[in-house]
Design a protein around this ligand. Structure first.
Ligand code: BGC
Length: 822
């Protein structure tokens, strides 16, 4: 309880602590142990005897899904965390957080399972899109804004995944071997900054091990570092199914084991106390942390919540659009290719231009009420006569949950075929975990589920239909049974992967565009199979007619030839970039590279928009006029894209992570050997590695450097002065329109030291200026920028001496520098 007892403790804090103590005093061991294990997938037990409501948690981080995996209660979907970081704007992150708190309150959620502040150690990391940056300082600043925003709305956060869940391969078991120096200077640093500056009410401990101990049992990192050194006074929740041992977890500082009802706490914990294996006072400490969290969010009667005065209502759609355009990174713009002339005719090309990939997959999935695709956005901005569309290339040749053109719902029946209830389905994916079931249905009574409805194809030709998941399936299309069989259980290390399975094609059916047919997928539950979570997960999957790829490319090139400009949207897919696995390479899937080259050859004014959450190789980047990195841009992405392409707004983003090729990427090892993954690169990840390699052996330069990003105006860096550790930078908008610049300050030790990065981001500030206007910004360089972690002394060590303070537009475009001695 260090944090609230320190300086700055308010009367309200004391009152909450008193309420917590009173409540704790009346609970018996069984109630306390029960409180620490999840009640179900998303909530904790209520304890009416002490006026405690059931605490409800939900993912996170780009929206608030709530407790159901359906679109019945849609959520605002903001751009991916990589996009939020690309704004380099903690105020915008704070705004995002405040909006999410509003969403959480609307959905009865007390705690948001976010933000993800693991680092972009390797571009292969599957959940790269869900984390902010390769730089711990930028991650900490954005994460601080986000947490402050969420908590300003009276909703808790769990900063995750503590610590070093930087890749997905074998995430449940991998032992990440990390030097104490790299841990402190890189991986722990964002958590430390957020705990210190934003006082999060929760933290989530990761699946993985660090240096031999799994994170849900890591006494040193949780009890000594997080709580002891940093004064974290919140609640520590396990990642879902991460806790494996009752005594290990409770002694290792884990407060809550999620999800329930199968958990290592509850009865097992009470029994461990009775058997003398766990001290009751240890359980009490954990219960205190849960009750304090409840008190803070207003779920404990008699305790005043931290926020009693809620912020003003936020327009979620408008904010989603603003973040998206402020996040787009224009990395190349030759001969003023962008913005497009308002009168221009545009050939819009790419599967993702029509079916935008607006968010990353896995636990971060939410269901927005609407999605504005690039095609919708550009058509609205330019008029339908000005825009022609061609698919060009489909990045996916795999079946995916039935979506566009399908109208589906689910019918649940008992063993005798009686209908128990019906549920809505946003797509062909059924994902009912725990009690998230249609009304009237229980796991005990349900024997089969039928996904049923209609399909109106957009294209004529041979459509593929299939299944994903385990058990018996019967598939009918247009009144004919096209498959009747079973998919058997297979075993995988990641229980979720086995649970979710891969799509399997079952039949091909010729259909005509615009002609509606009936479809149905019957699924009989295998009562003998015990899934990793109580729930039902399977999908009705589909793929449109496979066209000849060369023909598609030729069509797109033809469309490009006939237009003033071509805009090609290239994308990753859910199968190459998502949760639960890492990427194998950084290539764009399918024939998209060939497509871009063919279009660029047909039209010199070719703009490529990259729709991915993390770096991909842009092999043709010097052959096209402009490249705009669009991330997973959230539900309003297409509208924001139109704002930026037409010049109504400038793209505001700067790269939060270096983009380069796979061959040149400094860290590509994400697969453990014999369960171990050594972080042998030490502190040299991201730009720290690119910079060193460049300095030491003129190695390859990245495609686009950390911090890089163009707007629609120009900036001159006029002066830099440093007083003490405050840098003052004067910049002038030397272009012809108003704009925003992110002034970046880097700190470089003057003397070469091969153990230390050549330079590091030490601070930054956003400025806005009218054409011709000059403005001054002050950037305070934090003490930590001058420190290294001294492993021998096991403490931070200030490194006095000479440093260059460098100011510029990116790490590779440094305009001014000044030598200081500290
Ligand atoms: C993810 C977490 C997420 C949790 C609940 C886990 O698999 O790693 O980030 O919060 O599921 O959905």
């Amino acid at each position: 309880m260090a944090g609230t007892r320190g300086p700055g403790v308010t009367r309200a804090d004391q009152a909450r602590e008193a309420a917590v103590e009173t409540a704790l005093g009346t609970l018996d061991l069984d109630a306390k142990a029960r409180l620490l294990g999840g009640r179900d997938m998303w909530s904790l037990h209520a304890l009416p005897e002490i006026g405690l409501k059931s605490l409800v948690m939900s993912d996170g981080p780009i929206g608030v899904r709530g407790t159901r995996w359906t679109a019945d209660d849609p959520s605002i979907a903001l751009p991916s965390p990589t996009a939020l970081a690309a704004t380099w704007d903690p105020e915008l992150a704070r705004g995002a957080g405040a909006l999410l708190a509003q969403e959480a309150r609307r959905k009865g959620v007390h705690v948001l399972l976010a933000p993800t502040v693991n680092l972009h150690r390797s571009p292969l990391g599957g959940r790269h899109f869900e984390a902010y940056s390769e730089d711990p300082y930028l991650t900490g600043v954005i994460g601080t804004g986000y947490v402050q925003g969420v908590q300003s709305g009276g909703v808790g956060t769990t900063v995750k995944h503590f610590v070093a869940n930087d890749a997905e391969t074998d995430r449940f078991t991998v032992d990440n071997l990390i030097s104490r120096r790299a841990l402190r200077e890189l991986y722990l640093a964002p958590f430390e900054a957020i705990v210190t500056n934003a006082h999060p009410w929760g933290i989530m401990t990761a699946y993985n091990q660090v240096n031999g101990s799994t994170m849900t049992e890591h006494r040193y990192l949780v009890n000594e570092v997080l709580r002891g050194e940093w004064g974290f006074d919140g609640c520590n929740v396990s990642d879902w199914m991460a806790a494996r041992s009752t005594t290990g977890a409770i002694d290792g500082g884990l407060d809550v084991a999620m999800p329930g009802p199968r958990t290592v706490y509850g009865d097992a914990l009470a029994e461990a106390v009775r058997a003398g294996r766990v001290k009751e006072s240890t359980v009490d400490d954990a219960v205190r942390n849960v009750l304090l969290l409840a008190a803070r969010v207003g779920a404990l009667e008699g305790a005043e919540p931290v926020v009693t005065d809620l912020p003003a209502e936020i327009d979620g759609e408008a904010l989603a659009r603003e973040i998206a355009r402020r996040a787009f990174v224009l990395v190349r713009n030759e001969n003023g290719a962008l913005p497009l002339a308002r009168t221009a005719s545009v050939a819009l090309i790419g599967a993702a231009a029509r079916d935008a990939r607006v968010l990353g997959g896995g636990s971060a999935t939410v269901f927005p009420a609407r999605v504005v695709s690039p095609l919708d956005g550009l058509t609205a901005a330019l008029g339908s006569d000005a825009v022609t569309y061609a698919v060009g290339a489909d990045p996916s040749d795999e079946l995916a949950p039935a979506d566009k053109g399908f109208e589906l719902h689910a019918i649940c029946r008992d063993a005798d075929g009686n209908v128990l209830g019906e549920g809505s389905l946003p797509t062909g994916q059924v994902q009912w975990i725990g009690d998230d079931l249609p009304d009237g249905v229980t796991h005990e009574t349900m024997a089969s589920i039928e996904v049923v409805g209609t399909f109106t194809p957009r294209e004529s030709g041979e459509h593929s239909f299939g299944t994903r998941g385990l058990g018996a399936f019967k598939l009918s299309v247009a009144g004919e049974v096209v498959f009747d069989g079973a998919q058997l259980t297979d075993s995988e290390t990641d229980p979720f992967e086995a649970f979710f399975g891969s799509p399997v094609e079952r039949a091909k059916v010729n259909l005509s565009a615009g002609e509606t047919v009936e479809v149905s997928l019957h699924h009989h539950l295998d009562k003998g199979y015990a899934p990793p979570l109580p729930g039902v997960v399977f999908s009705f999957v589909h793929l449109g007619p496979r066209r000849d790829p060369d023909e598609l490319i030729a069509e797109a090139a033809e469309a490009a030839r006939g237009a003033d400009a071509a805009v090609v949207v290239v994308a990753t897919t859910e199968r190459v970039e998502s949760e639960g696995f890492d990427r194998q390479d950084l290539r764009l899937p399918g024939r998209q590279d060939d497509l871009v080259r063919a279009v660029a050859a047909a039209n010199p004014r070719t703009v490529v928009v990259v729709n991915s959450g993390s770096p991909v190789e842009l092999l043709w980047r010097d052959e096209v006029a402009a490249v705009l990195l669009g991330w997973f841009p959230g539900q309003e992405g297409g509208a924001a894209l139109a704002d930026v392409l037409t010049g109504a707004q400038e793209p505001g983003g700067r790269l939060p992570t270096t983009w380069g090729t796979y061959a040149d990427a400094p860290v590509t090892r994400v697969t453990p050997i014999d369960g171990e993954l050594p972080y042998s690169e030490g502190v040299f990840i991201g730009y720290r590695a690119w910079d060193r390699d460049l300095e030491e052996h003129a190695a390859a330069t990245p495609s686009y450097a950390f911090g890089h990003g163009l707007g629609y105006t120009d900036w001159t860096y006029e002066s830099l002065t440093v007083e003490g550790t405050t840098a003052t930078v004067r910049v002038r908008n030397s272009g012809r329109r108003a704009g925003r610049e992110v002034v970046q300050v880097y700190l470089a030790p003057a003397a070469h030291d091969s153990d230390r990065p050549v330079r590091r981001l030490a601070g930054f500030a956003g400025v806005e200026a009218a054409p011709g206007e000059s403005v001054e910004v002050r950037v305070d360089i934090p003490r930590r920028a001058f420190e290294i972690w001294d492993e021998a002394a096991d403490s931070w060590a200030y490194q006095g001496g000479s440093y260059e303070v460098q100011a510029g537009r990116s790490i590779a475009d440094r305009r001014l520098s000044e030598l200081i001695v500290v």
